[in-house]
Design a protein around this ligand. Structure first.
Ligand SMILES: Nc1nc2c(ncn2[C@@H]2O[C@H](COP(=O)(O)OP(=O)(O)OP(=O)(O)O)[C@@H](O)[C@H]2O)c(=O)[nH]1
Ligand SMILES: [Mg+2]
Length: 601
């Protein structure tokens, strides 16, 4: 994988994790997960990206972490060999990470994007109580022959963790813990089992960090019992084992003032553990990179779960909105379109039939034919008079649309109330309804209806008119239809007269027969003509119905559905971004894993 590809892959992963973290921060119940996400992003930025970009293993990093006032600064001093870090009775004194480095040689800092996240390096020394997104590096001159962790490592004295809110100074601790090749977890006898530090220890072990535990400040005689207790109550419940657990009983002031000289019994075992874990340098770094990658891959489901719940809830909301849309459209069809006659089409039928009669001089023949069709004309009148019912009047269109919208809104309101306890999204929707969401919906709906009416305009009128205008504009076809119809009628008539002449007008029964046959034949022809004409008009009437249905979906229900579906956004995040992250995150992790495997071959 080339340099540019590595950069784009690792930045995208870090970006997505940062976005998920921001997403989690908006919900108090996801505070711990926000911290985990920050840690995961820091693993990508501080460990994996520098390695893939060819950064060498030196210096290795040891981070000293633990609860407030546990003795982290004291242990950092023990690792370095002299009193460098400000230890202070005030718990929570250290507020930004301070790195101690041997003054021999220069430090090769990775140049990868986002290294140490928001932490800015201080140019001048400051007290470690400075509460700001910074870190500082303090150079230390070692005495000849003195053993110190600084031979191999940068020793990071970190702020405590008292809350999971990955904002403020805990985020600085997460940044450095992710960077670490080795972590020293410090717990004092008074507060060895505090909830947040214990959860943090779990995260460190789960992510495959090499953790050395230091238990502080107990009476020397109590040390074995305390170690056993901590093992049983804390470590045995962890997902992975710590490398070692060591006790540092309450030190005297002289020991605190010069741990190298006065407390080697406690200092040396810790140092040995740390130094062994750094052998060989490259092996130590590769282990850090491998562990980080395996953690990201194996915990990906958990990491994105903060968004998955939202996605499920959003899916549920979209589904609900669509159900409302379907019901709205069905109701419009049922209560308006099906009953709507479009009377303009009845008039169009009359015009069409009139058009098929002969014009000009032929009008006389047409009138004659009209008289001959008396059985059909009278029969039709009688039939219509006897059987026709008053037409069921459809509800006015606007009323149907308004009723449909009210039903839609009621459905959304009722369902979101029912689900209010399932996910904050539903509470958000409910809150929306309490603060005027329905008024906004109605406003948008009103605009949409205006757009619909405008676009429908005289479409009905035009379609109806086209039924006869098309024929009018096509004289060849019109003449052909008229001639065919009239030809058929005249042939029938002439056939009958011919028969009379043939029999010499003598056969009275035959004459009478013809007198009946001619009007019946003319009626049948007219009936067929009207039937075809009606079918033709009905076809167009149905088409305009469908067209109107489409226009309602296009102008009213469709846009309203889109707007409603994307209305709830949680923590400023959009549905699209959620989907994008959930899709590309696993793919990117797969790529990262193969890049790491290739780089370590
Ligand atoms: N007498 C004695 N005091 C100790 C011992 N270990 C730590 N202390 C004191 O406990 C206090 C807190 O120790 P620190 O090392 O500052 O603890 P920390 O974890 O760095 O604390 P914060 O940075 O405030 O979170 C300091 O006043 C230390 O001197 C010990 O073994 N003996
Ligand atoms: Mg401190």
């Amino acid at each position: 994988m080339d340099h540019a590809a590595v950069r784009s892959l690792t930045s995208q992963l870090a970006e997505d994790l940062a976005w998920l973290e921001q997403h989690a921060q908006s919900k108090p119940q996801h505070a711990a997960q926000a911290g985990e996400l920050r840690f995961a992003a820091a693993l990508v930025r501080n460990v994996v990206a520098p390695f893939l970009e060819g950064q060498g293993p030196m210096p290795l990093h040891v981070a000293v972490v633990g609860g407030a006032g546990a003795g982290k600064s004291t242990v950092s001093n023990m690792l370095c060999g002299s009193v460098l870090a400000e230890s202070n009775p005030q718990a929570g004194f250290t507020r930004h990470p301070v790195a101690y480095a041997s003054s021999a040689g220069t430090i090769a800092w990775p140049s990868s994007l986002g290294f140490l996240g928001p932490l800015r390096r201080l140019g001048t020394p400051e007290p470690s109580s400075l509460d700001s997104d910074v870190y500082q590096v303090r150079r230390v001159s070692l005495e000849d022959g003195q053993i110190s962790a600084l031979d191999k490592y940068l020793v990071w004295d970190c702020p405590d963790m008292t809350t999971w809110a990955a904002t403020g100074y805990v985020s600085r601790l997460l940044e450095v813990s992710a960077l670490a090749d080795v972590v020293v977890y410090v717990a004092s006898d008074e507060r060895y089992n505090d909830e947040v530090p214990t959860q943090f220890l779990r995260l460190l072990l789960q992510s495959g960090k090499m953790v050395v535990v230091c238990l502080m400040k107990m009476r020397e005689a109590d040390a074995p019992a305390f170690l056993a207790h901590f093992q049983r109550e804390v470590l045995d419940r962890m997902p992975a084992a710590a490398v070692a657990t060591l006790a540092v009983p309450q030190l005297t002031h002289a020991q605190l003032a010069d741990p190298s000289q006065n407390a080697p019994t406690y200092r040396v075992p810790i140092l040995n553990q740390i130094l062994v874990l750094g052998e060989p340098n490259l092996g130590a770094r590769q282990r850090t990179v491998r562990s980080a990658t395996s953690y990201l891959v194996s915990c990906q489901q958990h990491l994105v779960s903060v968004a998955r719940d939202d996605l499920l809830a959003l899916d549920g909301w979209r589904q609900l909105v669509r159900e409302g849309q379907n019901e709205f459209e069905a109701r419009y069809r049922r209560e308006f379109l099906t009953g709507e006659r479009f009377h303009r089409f009845d008039e169009a039928l009359i015009r069409l039939l009139e058009l098929l009669e002969l014009p000009g001089i032929g009008r006389v023949a047409s009138i004659a034919m009209d008289v001959l069709r008396w059985p059909w004309t009278w029969g039709k009148k009688l039939f219509e008079g006897a059987f026709s019912r008053p037409e069921a009047t459809a509800m006015p269109e606007r009323e149907v649309l308004d009723a449909g919208l009210s039903g839609w809104i009621d459905h959304l309101r009722k369902e979101s109330l029912k689900k209010a306890n399932n996910h904050p999204l539903w509470q958000h929707v409910q809150q929306g309804f309490n603060t005027g969401l329905d008024a906004t919906i109605k406003e948008r709906f009103g605009e949409a209806v205006r757009g619909f009416q405008l676009s429908l305009g005289d479409e009905v009128e035009r379609t109806a008119r086209a039924i006869y205008e098309d024929l009018e504009k096509n004289p060849v076809a019109l003449t052909a239809f008229r001639s065919a119809k009239f030809g058929l009628e005249i042939t029938t008539m002439l056939g009958s007269f011919g028969a009379i002449l043939y029999t010499g007008g003598l056969a009275l029964p035959f004459i009478l027969g013809s007198a009946i046959a001619v009007p019946i034949a003319a009626s049948v022809i007219q009936m067929l003509t009207e039937l075809f004409g009606r079918q033709y008009v009905e076809f167009h009437r149905e088409q305009i119905r469908q067209r109107q249905e489409t226009l309602v979906a296009q102008h009213i229900s469709g846009p309203l559905t889109d707007w409603l579906a994307s209305w709830p956004s949680t923590g400023g995040s959009t549905y699209d971004r959620l989907q994008q992250v959930l899709k590309r995150f696993p793919e990117n992790l797969k790529q990262l894993e193969s890049a790491i495997n290739a780089a370590m071959q």
